[in-house]
Design a protein. Structure first.
Length: 76
């Protein structure tokens, strides 16, 4: 089961510019007992959204349209 969750995580982070370390993905797979594929997808989505908010906090406090530098956004 851990291996299955790890494979699902690999699918969801495969298109990220900076893919998380294998040790982090192994730990996430180990700690996510009972998570479905949709739960793991949401986990990855939340990580990317948190990094977006960390890099561009003004996005959620403004009605302006921003040009984002995608290279500046790092998921950690």
């Amino acid at each position: 089961m851990v291996q299955g969750r790890r494979q699902i995580l690999n699918v969801h982070v495969s298109k990220w510019k900076d893919i998380p370390a294998d040790t982090l993905l192994d730990e996430l797979a180990d700690r996510s007992i009972g998570f479905s594929g949709a739960d793991l997808k949401l986990l990855c989505w939340n990580a990317s959204m948190n990094s977006l908010r960390r890099t561009y906090p003004q996005i959620y406090g403004s009605n302006l349209k921003y040009v984002l530098e995608y290279d500046a956004i790092k998921v950690c």
